[in-house]
Unconditional design. Structure first.
Length: 190
């Protein structure tokens, strides 16, 4: 449902009218895409599900504001991303600061690691980044925001956004290097 076709319009209008079946259809159609976004920004699946549910609550609450001239999937992605950022900011306000050193752990790999990095491998690596690095990396590299926008969204200085991105990229590059080395050792054993 990337285009606003007749079926999508029918579902959207049903959601505006509070039709539970239409809400279920919309939830089902966008669940995987939305969960993928939430997983990128969260520390664990439980937090991701919480973000997802809050995001869909916002979707249903604000669906009457949707502009039919724009792709619906983009509208939902923005809501999910903003909900994830709100969750991140709430964690910071609650005083849940995690020591960055805690995230500098040895990466453990299974002997069955394939040579090619797939999406799940990369997602797992991104999840190993400290929350501040992960948020900036996701917003910049995946969602396409600029440092000024990230600064506003996260309430950090532009320089901090740039620094966090640089450090995130460095850590990810190191993780990829380690994984590739491990893949080479796995092949030697066979």
């Amino acid at each position: 449902m990337t285009e606003v076709d007749e079926k999508s319009i029918h579902i959207i209008k049903g959601c505006i009218d509070g039709d539970r079946r239409a809400q279920k259809d919309l939830y089902t159609a966008y669940y995987a895409m939305a969960l993928g976004i939430c997983l990128r920004y969260s520390n664990n699946r439980e937090d991701a599900i919480g973000i997802l549910n809050e995001g869909f609550f916002k979707v249903f609450k604000n669906i009457g504001k949707y502009d039919y001239q724009k792709p619906f999937s983009v509208w939902i992605k923005k809501i999910m991303t903003n909900t994830a950022i709100d969750f991140y900011r709430a964690k910071i306000r609650q005083g849940i600061h995690v020591d960055v050193a805690m995230y500098e752990q040895t990466i453990v790999y299974d002997d069955t690691v394939s040579q090619k990095l797939n999406y799940e491998d990369l997602l797992a690596m991104v999840h190993q980044l400290p929350p501040a690095y992960r948020a900036v990396f996701n917003l910049y590299a995946i969602d396409g925001y600029g440092h000024e926008e990230i600064s506003d969204m996260l309430g950090i200085a532009i320089g901090t956004s740039k620094s966090n991105l640089h450090k995130a990229r460095g850590r990810l590059a190191e993780m990829v290097k380690i994984q590739r080395a491990m893949c080479g050792k796995t092949e030697e054993k066979t």
